[in-house]
Design a protein around this ligand. Structure first.
Ligand code: PLP
Length: 283
């Protein structure tokens, strides 16, 4: 099941061609996107996702996106959806057609089913390897053209890292900086639980600020956990009560194995955090 909508709220055939071959999103990966979880017709963290889309667009010097239009397209996808209870809803915004004097961006919303691998990982957890990203934690501040911390559609490197993980017998990746600090996953935020405190690295080190991590920390604080946004060393990960990868569609996924070594069993912590996260959306 796939549902495609444009910013005027119109639905279109998701199996038909709509993009031009000279779209700069296609030719250069020049654009930004968001992936939002919709559960029971309700989009989660819609406003933070829209705000992040606008922030990413500004980092790429794209025109400010029509957020009301994106919201309209999102609603059209949700209303037109006849698949399962969850939708992975993508908002896509590219620089548009090469050489277009008007510079009109390409923009659409696409709802797809949640991948079976993701559903399995939610239940079973994942095995993860650390891979270096090749720069220090201070590069984002002095090299903004690297677009670190934007959700640009240039995810070829992130996908290559996942294939490298598969070659090493793992399912996911935690990127590290040259000083050994923890960055993020290719499509997730890293969270460490230790002594009733949740830790995640700050986005200033060149990572995407995660909406799922933010929602989890919000709920965890209400439930009596401490939360800290501060640099983490990769060597800290094995010394806590649990390591988790968080993102909109995977939710809070447990890491059971890190660099080939089984981590202490974090099933109970995972259950508690998953329940806290869900409680943000019940009622
Ligand atoms: N970091 C990266 C690089 C991502 O691609 C994602 C989501 O896909 C995240 C973090 C988590 O963000 P969110 O929780 O908003 O989905």
């Amino acid at each position: 099941m796939r549902v495609l909508a444009f910013l005027d709220g119109s639905l279109a055939d998701s199996g038909a061609a709509h993009l031009r071959v000279d779209d700069l999103g296609l030719l250069r990966g020049d654009g930004v996107f968001e992936t939002i979880l919709v559960a029971d017709k309700k989009p989660r963290e819609l406003r933070p996702h829209l705000d992040r889309l606008a922030r990413s667009a500004a980092m790429l010097d794209l025109p400010a996106p029509d957020l009301a239009g994106f919201e309209r397209a999102a609603r059209a996808v949700i209303d037109g959806w006849q698949g399962g209870r969850e939708i992975a809803l993508k908002l896509v915004y590219t620089r548009g057609v090469d050489g277009d004097p008007a510079g009109t961006p390409t923009a659409f919303a696409l709802g797809v089913e949640v991948d079976a691998k993701v559903l399995r990982a939610r239940e079973d957890g994942v095995s993860v390897v650390t891979l270096e990203r090749g720069f220090g934690p201070d590069v984002a501040e002095h090299a903004p053209w690297l677009l670190l911390g934007s959700k640009s559609i240039s995810y070829a490197v992130n996908m290559a890292a996942l294939r490298e993980a598969a070659r090493r017998g793992a399912q996911d990746v935690i990127f590290t900086a040259t000083d050994g600090s923890v960055l993020e996953g290719p499509t997730s935020t890293v969270i460490l639980a230790k002594d009733r405190t949740l830790y995640t690295p700050p986005s200033t080190i060149g990572i995407l600020p995660g909406t799922t991590q933010y929602a989890l920390f919000r709920g965890a604080e209400k439930a009596g956990w401490n939360v800290k946004v501060e640099p983490l060393a990769a060597t800290d990960l094995a010394r806590g009560d649990g390591v988790f990868l968080a993102s909109s569609v995977r939710l809070v996924t447990r890491v059971h194995t890190l660099d080939g070594v089984a981590l202490p069993d974090s099933t109970a912590v995972h259950q508690e955090l998953a329940a806290i996260y869900e409680s943000e959306y019940s009622g």
